[in-house]
Design a protein around this ligand. Structure first.
Ligand code: GAL
Length: 432
């Protein structure tokens, strides 16, 4: 296998974020009985950011298995709204600092998780890996991303792909665009054609979705080796190649429609035929495809279609959601019971087809992964790998916060030199 996992796990990140206040997650304490009487169940507080359409479906599927298998526990959904966890992670940080952790929380494999580990927030889960023989079922390189000094600190539930170009086939046809653009140049030409027809060329959501777009443009412009080199010692964020990539980013962003509240309304503009393109992770597939209630119930290849983001064909810009056991969890047994479901084949095969991701386990039932997810499984085993910036693989949280700040300023200023300086400074202050 041609796995090329990033060696970006170099940073001790004592996280510097403060609580956002208005995170919106339910604030009930964990570990408490949910009702009076002897048969009261002990709650397990599961902290994530999967509240929105599409996202919540997978969590619900895993919750049902958890409650069926654990009659003594009830699932307490402590999810905090906001795609990519921008609000959830800030609130989580304040809970960790106050020593009131949830019983288990979602963390991205890679640099983000290493931050929690090195800050001493997490229990070592090697005992669970030994008991369930989990080292045999997860890819060794993924286990490496969640390990530190030989100990393993989380249970990965999935693999997501960040670099997907979602598009509306009818809007493309109407604009005379023959198919999904394969290169940045073709992409810009296609955006121009859509603009001429009066549709939104590229839909965009809240600020983090702009960083999300930027990582695909960096990969598409620099190539896999050039992109991966940005996170290795001696990386040169000041290079003329990065300048060119950021100029591409500026050009592409100039075709964006009005910013939507989050990734879902931006993605919906494509599925509803208002916009031609959206670059978003494959959680958008769950949202497009799942039946109404959780999803949009749209028809694949008719209402929406997909391709690798321009210039990134053959590379899987990956990320992985994992669950942890925080030190001081009030309901430690309940959290372990949750982790066992998250680690199981049954749990992963219930969760992932709805979430729009492929399983982290190597032995999942491939027949459940069809349509977009069939492509994803195939590409995952054949493609080169690069780690997501926005979703915790390549950079730790302080580094990401600095990147987001630079991108946030760029949205207003459109000043490529200032953006590049912001990225150079972010790397200099946070890379190790
Ligand atoms: C990512 C997360 C995905 C999905 C996405 C949008 O950070 O890993 O599971 O939730 O954010 O919210």
């Amino acid at each position: 296998m041609r796995r090329r996992w990033l060696a970006t796990i170099t940073m001790a990140a004592v996280l510097g974020l403060t609580a956002c206040g208005g995170g919106g997650g339910p604030a009930a304490p964990s570990g408490q009985a949910s009702g009076a009487g002897g048969d009261a169940k002990k709650q397990v507080e599961v902290f994530s950011w999967w509240t929105g359409p599409g996202e919540a479906d997978g969590l619900k599927a895993m919750k049902e298995i958890f409650e069926k298998q654990n009659s003594g526990f009830s699932f307490f959904d402590a999810a905090v709204a906001g795609g990519s966890g921008d609000k959830a992670k800030a609130l989580l940080q304040s809970k960790l600092q106050a020593d009131t952790p949830p019983d288990t929380f979602q963390g991205h494999a890679g640099a983000e998780l290493q931050g929690y580990i090195k800050a001493g927030d997490l229990e070592d889960l090697t005992f669970l890996y030994d008991e369930l023989k989990l080292k045999d079922v997860f890819p060794a390189q993924l286990v490496e991303q969640i390990s530190y000094q030989g100990k393993i600190y989380s249970v990965p539930v999935n693999i997501h792909r960040s670099n997907i170009l979602w598009f509306n086939p009818s809007v493309l046809k109407e604009a005379g665009v023959a198919g999904a653009p394969k290169t940045i140049e073709e992409f810009v030409a296609a955006l121009e054609k859509v603009k001429a027809k009066g549709k939104i060329p590229l839909s965009i959501g809240s600020e983090w979705t702009v960083t999300h777009l930027m990582e695909s443009v960096l990969l598409g412009s620099l190539g896999t080796d050039g992109y991966n080199a940005l996170f290795k010692p001696g990386a040169n964020w000041a290079s003329p190649e990065v300048t060119k990539a950021l100029e591409n980013f500026k050009t592409i962003l100039s075709y964006a429609g009005d910013p939507q509240d989050d990734w879902q309304p931006a993605a919906a503009q494509v599925a509803e035929g208002k916009a031609a393109f959206n670059i978003m992770g494959d959680w958008a597939y769950g949202y497009f495809h799942n039946p109404p209630d959780g999803g949009l119930g749209k028809k694949s290849k008719t209402d929406f279609d997909w391709a690798p983001a321009p210039g990134t064909g053959g590379t899987y810009l990956w990320l992985s959601d994992s669950f942890t056991l925080p030190k001081g969890a009030k309901n430690r047994d309940g959290a372990i019971a949750w982790l066992k479901v998250a680690a199981s084949k049954e749990g992963q095969d219930a969760f992932n087809p709805k979430k729009g991701s492929i399983p982290a386990r190597k032995d999942a039932d491939a027949s459940l992964y069809t349509d977009y997810l069939g492509d994803a499984l195939k590409d995952w085993s054949a493609d080169k790998l690069a780690g997501s910036i926005q979703h915790g693989v390549a950079v730790n949280q302080p580094w990401l916060a600095a990147v987001n700040e630079a991108v946030g300023l760029f949205i207003g200023s459109k000043d490529v030199a200032a953006l590049q300086k912001g990225l150079v400074d972010a790397a200099a202050a946070n890379a190790q």
